[in-house]
Design a protein around this ligand. Structure first.
Ligand code: KIV
Length: 277
């Protein structure tokens, strides 16, 4: 992964830790993060040099076919985490605490984080929101579990927001986001995801924090970028927000491959003698 702009001492680490991503921010090396939910993908992404894998609760949408992330349970997240962790040698694995597993109180949040670490084998947890979850973040961090924050368009609050529009366009919400970002840093978060907010605000927050920010639909000045891997690979092409860049068109490629297989089975050209015993 090292290039002229990637100091080898940061980019070539055998294992990415929370300290590594902090050093990457300090060295100005952008952090590459993608979602992963299964062993095979995690293994591919890890070998390709991804820094952070997020076992996102977007598994609810892209793996389970739900409309929102709300149906994910802690057991679902732990299962996906176990699969991802088996596939990696280098990447840091952060895992979403699902809706309903930390909003109750600090103790519930801590117990959920402990399960994800102990049963899933995660390296860090991520949770959504600002002021209301600060106490929970502190409690989890104090127990030795690294926490990634998530502000802006936080999908677990979709029924409160009502739409997937860009957040924090008005002064009141932007000021709240600035305060929440500071509070999450002070509570001990090691990184912060900023989702679907204006570039100017994301840039300002990134400059004001000493911890790295990871953007999704937050412009090019955050310390890192994250995409849902199914979007980046063109596996779910009915979702086309402008912040997604497609690096492959796997929906078409897989569709073509499967129809070739069906044709070969129908025509009895598969299996051949060489493929038989
Ligand atoms: O669940 C998820 O995939 C996420 C990313 C969009 C940041 O939280």
């Amino acid at each position: 992964m090292a290039s002229d702009s990637s100091p080898p001492e940061v980019a070539d680490v055998p294992r990415v830790t929370t300290q590594t991503v902090q050093e990457m921010k300090e060295a100005g090396v952008p952090i590459a993060m993608l979602t992963a939910y299964d062993y095979t993908s995690a293994r591919l992404f890890d070998r390709a040099g991804i820094d952070v894998l997020l076992v996102g609760d977007s598994a609810s949408n892209v793996m389970a076919g739900n409309e929102t992330t709300l149906p994910m349970t802690l057991d679902h997240m732990i299962y996906h985490t176990q699969c991802v962790v088996r596939g990696i040698d280098r990447a840091l694995v952060a895992v979403d605490l699902p809706f309903g597993s930390y909003q109750g109180d600090e103790k519930e949040g801590l117990q959920s984080a402990i399960r994800v670490m102990k049963e899933g084998g995660a390296h860090a947890v991520k949770l959504e929101g600002g002021a209301p979850v600060i106490g929970t973040v502190k409690r989890i961090v104090e127990s030795g579990i690294p926490v990634m924050g998530h502000l802006g368009l936080t999908p677990q609050s979709i029924h409160d927001f009502g739409t997937y529009q860009v957040r924090a366009r008005d002064d009141e919400e932007a000021n709240q986001l600035r305060e929440d970002a500071k509070a999450l840093e002070e509570a001990g978060c090691f990184a912060l995801v900023l989702e679907k907010i204006p570039t100017e605000l994301a840039t300002e927050v990134t400059e004001s924090l000493s911890i790295p920010t990871i953007g999704i639909g937050a412009g090019g000045e955050t310390d890192g970028q994250v995409l849902v891997s199914h979007d980046a690979l063109g596996l779910s092409t009915d979702f086309n927000p402008r912040f997604v860049r497609r690096y492959a068109e796997l929906e078409d490629r897989i569709g073509d491959a499967i129809s070739s297989y069906v044709q070969d089975v129908r025509s009895r050209s598969f299996p051949s003698d060489d493929e038989s015993y």
